[in-house]
Design a protein around this ligand. Structure first.
Ligand SMILES: [Zn+2]
Ligand SMILES: [Zn+2]
Length: 376
């Protein structure tokens, strides 16, 4: 009998693995969350996401996290907060801040025993969410039903880019997955080869509740963000709790991310832990849930309507729901020859038939000529 050897289950370079940067984009559209209130209140969803974030950080002590809110009027940082973050102080009933270190002694035992990175993230995220919701007034919600997904994607991409560059500068962007990590000039060649294993591994998770058709006016910036993710090998995972996420389905499909639409939103944490926790390295060994019937519809550039069939400019590939005025493309200005689009086709088949019938008749009965009229 062979000796039991589990060594192949362990990556020998595990201690040197490049960290994984997870960027969570949380759709905080109050309208959509109000609809979900009975099934999954926002506070519970946020608590579930915080547990998921902690799990991601616990996988590797060098793992990084970023949280962005895609709100109705703007996209905002929840963590890390660059400017506005003030270290949270415990406030008493009057709202006064405890001074001189008394705050730490008054922490409840739960928080005092909490792993510090977990606590810092939880405090910043909850504090920033409170500020964001407090700054939202009724007119903001009434004026729009959409969410700033394009802005949130752009923030995520710029953060990923900055962290990747910083990581590459400090670590030399060496492929740590390779059995013999190259050094010297060849290391630089590897780093520019576009291999997804090189450097900081980044991925984006979008927790979506809004309907994409409401944000059809953001179609172009969203698609540009998706193509940037595709080029940077950043998978976009989508957890859709409600609404229809037409463009996000395409995002997950184009970037080889995970797309899930939980039938039971109350089980959010379970879905997050099972489907979205594995990083790119683990995903190579897993069969992930993915969607087969992706909705590939696009939004027209003229009215931002989601269309099934449209007109495409042959020069710049802009999509229009109807032929543009005077045949001039609204994007590039090229004059397009549309021809007689919309005019009714000339029906000539009937005329031909008539002609044939007369000819046949004439051959059978003889053509009556004015001169041959009998009786005259
Ligand atoms: Zn249109
Ligand atoms: Zn054009």
């Amino acid at each position: 009998m062979n000796a039991v050897d589990a060594s192949e289950h362990y990556d020998s370079s595990a201690s040197e693995l490049a960290p994984s940067l997870l960027t969570v984009i949380l759709d905080t559209n109050p309208r959509a969350w109000a609809v979900l209130e009975d099934k999954l209140p926002f506070s519970k969803a946020l608590a579930n996401i915080l547990v998921f974030i902690n799990a991601h950080l616990a996988c590797n002590y060098t793992n990084e996290i970023a949280v962005i809110a895609s709100h109705t009027q703007r996209a905002a940082w929840l963590y890390p907060s660059f400017n506005q973050y003030k270290p949270s102080h415990r406030r008493d009933a009057d709202g006064d801040v405890q001074m001189n270190g008394q705050a730490t002694t008054q922490l409840d035992s739960n928080q005092a025993n909490m792993y510090r990175p977990f606590r810092v993230i939880e405090e910043q995220v909850t504090e920033n969410v409170k500020e964001l919701l407090a700054s939202t007034n009724a007119s903001d919600i009434q004026s729009t039903t959409s969410t700033m997904m394009a802005g949130a994607l752009t923030l995520a991409l710029s953060h990923i880019n900055r962290r990747s560059m910083t990581w590459a500068e400090t670590h030399g962007a060496v492929n740590l997955d390779a059995p013999h990590a190259p050094t010297g000039p060849s290391a630089a060649a590897v780093s520019t080869s576009g291999n997804a294993n090189v450097g900081l591994q980044s991925r984006i998770l979008i927790v979506s509740v809004s309907s994409s058709t409401d944000s059809a006016h953001q179609y172009i910036p969203i698609m540009n963000g998706i193509f940037a993710c595709q080029r940077l090998h950043v998978p976009v995972d989508v957890c859709k709790l409600s609404g229809d996420a037409v463009f996000l389905q395409q995002a997950a499909d184009a970037t080889r991310g995970v797309y899930m639409s939980p039938t039971e939103p109350r089980g959010l944490l379970q879905y997050l832990m099972m489907a979205f926790l594995p990083d790119q390295r683990s995903r190579k060994h897993l069969i992930l849930p993915s969607r087969v019937d992706v909705d590939f519809r696009a939004a027209c550039f003229c009215h931002r309507r989601v269309v099934n069939i449209g007109f495409v400019c042959s020069i710049c590939l802009s999509i229009f729901c109807e032929p543009p005025e005077n045949g001039d493309c609204l994007t590039c200005g090229t004059h397009l020859e549309i021809g007689d689009y919309g005019s009714k086709p000339a029906v000539i088949a009937r005329k031909k038939k008539k002609k044939k019938a007369r000819l046949n008749g004439s051959s059978a009965t003889g053509t009556p000529t004015p001169g041959a009229t009998p009786g005259l």
